[in-house]
Design a protein around this ligand. Structure first.
Ligand SMILES: C[S@@+](CC[C@H](N)C(=O)[O-])C[C@H]1O[C@@H](n2cnc3c(N)ncnc32)[C@H](O)[C@@H]1O
Length: 261
């Protein structure tokens, strides 16, 4: 099934990537993620889990949680309150203590049941790009952090999309990296038939978004494949050699006067 975006949806309205095709895409995405050789299993989730550290007794909110498997894992690891929010509404049966809610990460405070709640960890794992207004979404999340809480945000290296588009369009890396027009994107491993609309971003776009939302970067990580996994799955190491993988940020609220917009 092809689900086209008009190009005048969330991407143009607020700067995020369009999230509407996810009702269709989510099962393909989850199947790909569950594969033994998925980069999420081999590289991303281990690195995300390591940055989260001990979650015992913590309240955790996973924004754009997919089917909820990661937040369920955190509940098993001892998180006291575990909430997952996703627009697809395509969830696993929630284990005891886990709440999975259909909602939009663009405004987490407006998601049913979340108003007034505070969290020690708020996760945007490969989901932040779908916020209608990225700065607003992060500011809202920042306001929902408990004392000493942090946001864990991961995003695809922007260079990956620039390389792909340079190859497709016969252009150069720099031309595509600095392009500003939204582009359509199909993910081979998820569902060839679904088109996502994406807005190009540069590293400075991403870093300035964090500043504008009143956040500072406590740690940034570019996770790599462990040598043993690279040997077992050389085709995945080859992908990372070409496209670099994802960026991960541990973000904390700036104290004092906040930037105005
Ligand atoms: C690439 S997947 C990542 C899923 C999961 N966080 C992970 O790390 O495996 C992106 C997820 O964001 C969700 N999503 C997209 N737009 C959204 C929105 N506006 N609000 C909430 N979830 C959204 C999709 O349904 C999908 O589950």
């Amino acid at each position: 099934m092809v689900q086209e975006n008009s190009g005048t949806g969330t991407a143009d309205a607020g700067g995020g990537d369009s999230s509407r095709p996810w009702q269709t895409l989510s099962s393909g995405f989850e199947q790909a993620r569950a594969r033994e050789d998925s980069l999420d299993r081999l590289v991303e989730w281990p690195a995300q889990r390591s940055l989260l550290g001990d979650v015992t007794g913590l309240a955790v909110l996973d924004a754009g949680c997919g089917n909820g498997a990661k937040i369920a894992q955190l509940a098993e690891d001892g998180a006291a309150a575990s909430v997952g929010v996703d627009i697809s509404g395509n969830f696993i049966a929630p284990p005891p203590g886990v709440e999975l809610v259909e909602g939009d990460l663009s405004d987490l405070a407006a998601v049913p049941g979340l108003a007034g709640r505070l969290f020690d960890r708020i996760l945007f794992l490969q989901s932040f790009g779908y916020a209608a207004d990225p700065v607003r979404a992060l500011r809202t999340a920042r306001g929902m952090l408990a004392e000493d809480g942090f946001i864990l945000l991961t995003r695809t290296q922007p260079i990956r999309y620039a390389i792909e588009r340079a190859e497709q369009n016969g252009t150069s890396l720099g031309e595509e990296y600095f392009a500003t027009e939204s582009f359509t994107y199909r993910h081979r491993n998820w569902d060839e038939g679904v088109t996502l609309t994406k807005r190009p971003y540069t590293m400075s776009d991403l870093l300035n978004t964090f500043s504008a939302a009143g956040l500072w970067i406590e740690a940034a990580v570019e996770p790599r494949m462990p040598a043993e996994a690279a040997e077992r799955y050389p085709h995945k190491q080859a992908l990372l050699n070409k496209y670099l993988g994802i960026l991960m940020f541990k973000l904390r609220p700036l104290r004092g006067p906040q930037p105005s917009r």
